[in-house]
Design a protein around this ligand. Structure first.
Ligand code: HEM
Length: 210
């Protein structure tokens, strides 16, 4: 946003223009901070609970990008398992659910749209010869119409790069207690404008074998 503070035509901003830039910057920061943190926390939690899903997505990255490489946005279309993990994280644990957007939770857990909605199952978004993929949750988790999230496209890219890079370099495991015993994380969310995983530290990231 700082580019708007130095307009190309060189005119000096008046206080109203400065005010608009200030508030737009704040809105983008507030809108973008907790939301992506929540999605990433859900991703880590679900990956340590579903290690087979995690391994499948990692194997896909190894096949497409090669071991030791980092995926880029250009790889997205070739990584359907990784993309389906992100879709299922956002469907299973939608980030913004307060007030009218609570409808988002009802929609992403509607058994008519998503059979067996309480099961974390990214393959629901993969096309197969005898079944079509289920509805892309991006159509609802960012809301729609006049209330649609202006950061949706930015999030799609940044979440993909985050998730794909973490899967390429780390194994996500259950955290261990001070006796070295694995702890079973609970899927439990706070209620608020942004839903967050209330217990940080449920999972741990270990560098994967190179
Ligand atoms: C997982 C990530 C995200 C999700 C699920 C999400 C979801 C949403 C939803 C559902 C709304 C509409 C709220 C309403 O009912 O009024 C919204 C609004 C908004 N989002 Fe996002 N968002 C995400 C990331 C971001 C990012 C990264 C940015 C900025 C870079 C952003 C900026 C905003 C702003 C500024 C609004 C308010 C728009 C307005 O009132 O006109 N969001 N977001």
């Amino acid at each position: 946003m700082s580019i708007y503070l130095c307009p190309e035509d060189g005119h000096t901003l008046d206080s109203e223009e400065e005010d608009i830039i200030k508030w737009c910057s704040a809105a983008l920061y507030v809108g973008g901070a907790d939301t992506t943190v929540s999605a990433r926390a859900s991703f880590a939690l679900l990956m340590c609970l579903y290690p087979d899903v995690q391994r499948r997505a990692q194997a896909e990255i190894d096949e497409v990008v090669g071991k030791g490489g980092l995926p880029t946005w250009a790889d997205e279309a070739s990584l359907p398992h990784v993309s389906s993990v992100i879709k299922e994280v956002l469907r299973f644990a939608p980030v913004v659910c307060l007030g009218p957007p609570r409808r988002v939770l009802a929609m992403t857990h509607d058994p008519g749209l998503y059979p067996d909605p309480m099961t974390f199952n990214p393959s629901r978004f993969l096309a197969a010869p005898e079944k079509s993929p289920q509805q892309d949750p991006y159509k609802v988790v960012f809301r729609f119409g006049r209330y649609v999230c202006p950061g949706a496209h930015f999030t799609e890219v940044s979440l993909f790069l985050n998730v794909a890079s973490i899967l390429a370099t780390f194994d996500i495991l259950k955290a261990v207690d001070d006796q070295g015993r694995e702890m079973d994380p609970v899927i439990e969310y706070t209620d608020g404008i942004t839903r967050i995983v209330p217990r940080p530290g449920a999972s741990s990231l270990i560098l994967a074998d190179p």
